[in-house]
Design a protein. Structure first.
Length: 170
């Protein structure tokens, strides 16, 4: 199991108990590595600085106990942002209808890079996309990287989601 997968498994239960979920864990850099933990709120409200600070304190405590990284590193906690990476099957479902950029691990119809509108997942869990190359079906395991594209529609949807989250409940 990869180190980042181990770290995700290690911190996920605590974050879920706090009302968050791990979106992605990445370790990058040379001499002084950076451990990036990207998280979302389970209630899908927008993340704020306090959320990231709470998550950072919790992860720091867990990593101090388990000590999975033997060298010095910097912990960076962030939200996925509006033009977020798509890393889990549910991301492709949730953001169906929005534009995305996708890079496949293996060529699909002779290409690896695509841009188009996400159509969600099929019954087998493959990602569906309407691209300039036509409608595509790409096995989730064959996706190298995927990311939403910042568009007016995505910004409007994000603003509507934020307004709904901030509206008082009665």
């Amino acid at each position: 199991m990869e180190l980042t997968d181990r770290i995700a498994q290690m911190v996920s239960p605590s974050l879920e108990a706090m009302g968050y979920e791990v979106v992605r864990v990445q370790l990058s850099g040379g001499q002084r590595q950076t451990l990036q933990v990207m998280a979302d709120r389970l209630d899908q409200k927008p993340m704020n600085v306090e959320d990231c600070a709470d998550i950072s304190r919790t992860i720091s405590a867990l990593l101090d106990v388990e000590d999975p990284i033997s060298t010095a590193y910097t912990l960076e906690v962030s939200s996925p942002g509006i033009d977020r990476p798509l890393v889990r099957p549910k991301d492709f479902k949730r953001f169906a209808g929005f534009e995305a950029r996708l890079e496949a691990k293996v060529p699909v119809e002779g290409r690896k890079r695509f841009r188009g509108t996400l159509l969600g997942l099929d019954e087998e869990g493959a990602v569906l996309m309407d691209s300039d190359a036509g409608q595509l079906r790409i096995a989730f395991s064959d996706i190298g990287r995927a990311k939403l594209i910042l568009t007016d529609e995505l910004i409007a949807a994000s603003q509507a989601e934020q307004a709904e989250a901030e509206a008082p409940t009665s």
